[in-house]
Ligand binder design. Sequence first.
Ligand code: ADP
Ligand code: MG
Length: 692
Amino acid sequence: MEMVQDYFGCMVFDERVMKGVLSEKVYKSLKRTIDRGVPLDITVANAVASAMKDWAVSKGATHYTHWFQPETGVTAEKHDSFINPAPDGRVIMEFSGKELVKGEPDASSFPSGGLRATFEARGYTAWDPTSYAFIKDGTLYIPTAFCSYTGEALDKKVPLLRSMDALNVQALRILKLFGNTDVRCVKTSVGPEQEYFLIPEELYRQRKDLIMTGRTLFGAMPPKGQEMEDHYFGSIKPRIAEYMADLDRELWKLGILAKTKHNEVAPAQHELAPIYRTTNIATDNNQLTMEVMQKVAQKHGLVCLLHEKPFEGVNGSGKHNNWSISTDTGVNLLTPGKNPYENAQFLLFLSAVIKAVDDYQDLLRLSVATAGNDHRLGANEAPPAIISIFLGDELSGVLEAIENDTPYDSSARQKMQLGVGVLPEFSKDTTDRNRTSPFAFTGNKFEFRMLGSSNSISCANIHLNGAVAEVLKQFADTLENAEDFNKALQELIRKTIREHKRIIFNGNGYDDSWIEEAEKRGLLNLKTTADAMPKLLDKKNVDMLTYHKIFTESELHSRCDIMLENYTKTVNIEANTMVDMVSKQILPALSKFSGDLAKNLKAKEITTKYETGVINTIASLMDEIFDSAVALENAVKELKKIDNAIEASAYVRDVILPAMDKLRKPVDEAETLTAEEYWPFPTYDKLLFSVR
Ligand code: ADP
Ligand code: MG
């Protein structure tokens, strides 16, 4: 029986391996780079490269790749083998420090939003030694950052690292004021909970929409959906359990801390959560997790769908970004402690997050904006598109007491009575659960719940880190100059609560009354990507992100364009796929079905309600489908004429998406009328309920 602790991380060039294969001097020098960002000198790089290669070759690797995260949202890789010709006609396996540290992929085909013209195709990948290299499918993967010849970030890793730096700098200023001079660095950590669907591969293969777009563009609700609520945390079916076990094993080999797995709310929906880690590693791990999830599914004859809304009418998939800030001395700065009312340092960091989320609602909202995620937010299955914070009763009580300058009675904290003698009594969590809040305090961390399942978590964390860094900067500026620190501190906390309490909402976020209430409070409700994304270029956002050197202004412009183009292209492909399915599959199937009904009717020489009724209804639905498909096709032609990214995205929102809805409706209606054998692709009941 193989034991997890024996094979965990066996494919990772981690600290344990480094210690074993590097000389002490090289190891120490590399550690200085990893822990403190001290530049690596080339002799050290050469030694590391050679040891890495020997280790990888001993594990069967033949190639290496600089693994990076361009703005497409997925990861990119180009594989080079280690082979080098030897004079005797044989080969030796080689890998130099230069090859480890820097790569030069042909960058011209990656989106750059105008940052790099195709003729200046040079882009560089640079080794990120803070994220471990690993072996997958016979290749040594080296996590890298991707930037242009002129040093502009072309990926999601560079700005993420910059945002972590920014937060580190500002948090240290605050900690110093509290006398915490032993802290050398502050890092954010993240545990992303990942939702996904699993469906049988043979059914997937029969649906062009799933293949081309990752979601079903047509499909009537099956007789049973998720209304019985019998799937959430339900017992796991054997085939799924085997998949999950295999997935865990593969992730563990790659050193990924896969921890929790369970069924989710929708049928065929599941979740995996790892143990949290430093943000950039958690981000790399999450990208890898999504990839491994899909690959392992294939081995089990399944397809793993990571789209935010694969099926209409049942919950889509998101990703919960559990986030906190900790010091290198092991203190979580978001831990309230026994008595939060008297924990001024905690209260200051808490206030900073509250203000940051309020001041930069738009940045947080747009950090999760994609065509896929727009289907979830506000659809009563995920938080609305409005950002608010859930704090829970105790902390809200504490803040209220501070705001009103009244004492807070911490003994009010209740004990939980389970009413069963044998069960231990435990203190109620300081936060009750609220699943409807987009940004919830959950004891010692915040859970940002608006992310889409297929999103890279980088963007959300870049903007979150940046916003909090900015507020900490403002706080530090005030407090460093204060004559009486304690007095200034109290005033600052009180003022912050007063000015930003509008962002706190402990009620039901799915309730319509909240939308009205939020509007009264002046909170933003950016419903779609087309509404949200242009806000990236608002002056206050550009000022903040450039001040903290997270983005340059031109990087921001390019990113806004790329994200909007991504939205437009995604919907454009969906629209084309719909038209294709309608003309090549759906209308012909309806014609055949109603034609056969007509033949049957004629043969019988009597009229029946079934045949005549269905023939007539289908005839009118076919006309509606035909007209709507033509309208959609024409709309797509118009879209092609718009070259401004913002205008195109608005057209998608206002014209294309409604035209798609208009086409879907009669098709779904026709599906429910059509005999099963005639319908050209598998329906929802099969997709969602056939795995045993
Ligand atoms: P739930 O589903 O109740 O929200 P889970 O246990 O599924 O909880 O997920 C909680 C996630 O939060 C896990 O990934 C966990 O590692 C992570 N987490 C716990 N503590 C922290 C922390 N201090 N910083 C970041 N993430 C954390
Ligand atoms: Mg959660």
